[in-house]
Design a protein around this ligand. Structure first.
Ligand code: SF4
Length: 249
């Protein structure tokens, strides 16, 4: 397993050397807000609304003082009004409890409204460089197809990935798996015929256990992917990083 795992990780690294967050943000506050908005929404859509949002509310303090009814129209295309409420309330709590600084621990982050374990892992990794693996629908699907995990739910997948991937690669591996899931290993009709990982992949070689594509109800990834599946990403022969800036990487 170790040799195969290392070969898979090496190939993912070769394929996506510049993989990183596809959300645009430039500090921990923006990372948190963009990540909350990205639940059940595509990164592309979030990136459309955040320039106006961050121009109007450029800090935790500004968002904490905001009227939800004025925030909601800006972020409406990303989903429910509860997202606007969660963002404003989370910033109020950060101002109150953490002197306006986005907290750096899982416990403190998940105490904020709209922040579950996946969102907290994304913030820890992308805002602060803390080793973490956020299991979204792409990470779940691709890692289980490749055998980096053999799990039925998100919690098991995160635990197994942390056991099977060296900690120094956790943050990058999260991005590699997302990139591969969006560009090649689609939920429907994965492009196995052009996938350079096929020789390591029992799913790609025709052994396709049905349990590996969708987790059981416990810890099921967000519906983020359903919108993305509809977008039907195209295969790109050249992958380039298109991120704006990460706060601490
Ligand atoms: S061979 Fe197919 S199922 Fe396996 S990682 Fe590649 S695209 Fe996904």
């Amino acid at each position: 397993m170790t040799a195969k795992r290392n070969q898979i990780l090496a190939e993912l690294k070769r394929l996506y050397p510049q993989a990183g967050p596809e959300l645009n943000f430039s500090n921990p506050y923006e990372t948190l807000v963009a990540t909350i908005l990205s639940a059940q929404c595509t990164d592309r859509q979030v990136n459309k609304v955040t320039p106006e949002l961050f121009a109007r509310y450029p800090s935790v303090e500004a968002m904490a003082a905001a009227d939800v009814n004025e925030v909601y129209p800006i972020v409406k295309s990303c989903g429910f009004k509860s997202k606007a409420s969660n963002i404003v309330e989370a910033c109020r709590l950060i101002a109150l409890r953490h002197a306006g600084q986005v907290p750096r621990t899982m416990e403190e982050l998940t105490a904020l409204p709209g922040v579950g374990q996946k969102t907290a892992n994304v913030v820890l990794a992308n805002a602060f460089g803390v080793p973490a693996i956020a299991v979204d629908t792409h990470v779940f699907r691709v890692s289980n197809r490749l055998g980096l995990a053999q799990a039925k739910n998100v919690e098991q997948t995160e635990k197994q990935l942390k056991e099977n991937v060296p900690m120094k690669d956790w943050i990058d591996a999260h991005h590699w798996l997302i990139y591969h899931g969006r560009r090649v290993c689609h939920a429907q009709n994965p492009a196995c015929e052009i996938c350079t990982l096929r020789s390591y992949c029992s799913y790609g070689l025709g052994e396709k256990p049905s349990a590996q594509d969708k987790p059981k109800s416990k810890g099921r990834p967000s519906a983020e992917s359903s919108a993305e599946r509809q977008a039907k990403p195209k295969w790109k022969t050249s992958i380039t990083g298109q991120n704006k800036t990460t706060a601490a990487r």
